[in-house]
Design a protein around this ligand. Sequence first.
Ligand code: SOE
Length: 381
Amino acid sequence: MADPLTVGMLGYGFMGRAHANALDRLPMFFPDAPETVRHTLVGRDEAALSEAADRLGFEHTATDWRAVVDDVDVLYNLAPNHLHAEPSIAALDAGTAVLCEKPLAATLADAEAMVEAAAAADVPAGCGFNYRFVPAIQYAKRLIDRGDIGDIRQFRGRYLQDWLVDPDAPWTWRMDGETAGSGALGDLGAHTVDLARFLVGDHAGRIERVAGHLQTFTDQRPVYAADGETVAEYRPVTVDDAYTAQAAFESGAVGTFEASRVAAGHKNDHTIEVHGTEGSLRFSLERLNELEVLTGDSRGYETVLVTDESDPYGDNWWPPGHVLGWEHTFVHENYEFFSAVAGDSDFAPSFADGYAVQRVLEAIERADESGEWIDLAGDDA
Ligand code: SOE
């Protein structure tokens, strides 16, 4: 029996819980998954760190990631986006596999350095595009690959949230261009562009050109004092609250992407639609156990419940029809990632996928600045 894979985790917020929960589920539901040991949790605030380590099941804590990267087999990088590059590169240089949250980096230059480090390393470097692991998305990909909807003509993806509708919603690092890179574009649009590449990239080809528009509606937000009510200060918002973009694929297919953090009434509404010469597909994250499918002579969409034998992970969970949720995407992602680490095989989505997405996001920003379409040179977007 191989030794358990030791895991270090940088960051312990929302994503820390999602991944730690996945590690908990693996031995119970995916018995062939490699064994893991939660070795060290890394963060800056010692008191919060120790509480989080107890809750998330880590044996040790550290306040400097440098002490950890070559001490574990796998590093999760769940830090704010501007901290994705340095620790991930150091880990890869030390032969430690990395699973880094999306977007791959806050800047294209960082993303480029990361993809170079990943290419030079002989361990997997994964980017956390967890929505690839929704069973309905994988089902959609199989239908597209099988040609069920014909040649791809159009991809439409919109990702709507509303947590910034309120101008008094507190400032966080996600609103700062230095730490986040961009706003709705990088945080939400990264998922949409990744799904466009994943679902239709093999058929429609690369994204060759983009146009884009970014908008900030509230340009400063409060930082609250410890009482949670008194405003201690206001900090500037230097990222977009919403973006829209158009894309031209190599094949001539067209794409539209949009995301918002100010779409009142929409909590986590990622909708994908794909139209081909023979049919269409429609997916909504708010109904993630379903895929709407229109093929052949049918005059309307048929709703397919994908928690059946078509689900690649179906046998691991419940009997058909016993639905899955958002957290299961992380279980599937971690299953594939740790299997790749243990088996010395490739993992996708990789840093190369994260970089290709980053190129599109950066081009959308340049398109907004210039007011013109931007050509994506090279062959990997
Ligand atoms: C932001 O609101 C967020 O948590 C993203 O960071 C995640 O990637 C997305 O899955 C849900 O929304």
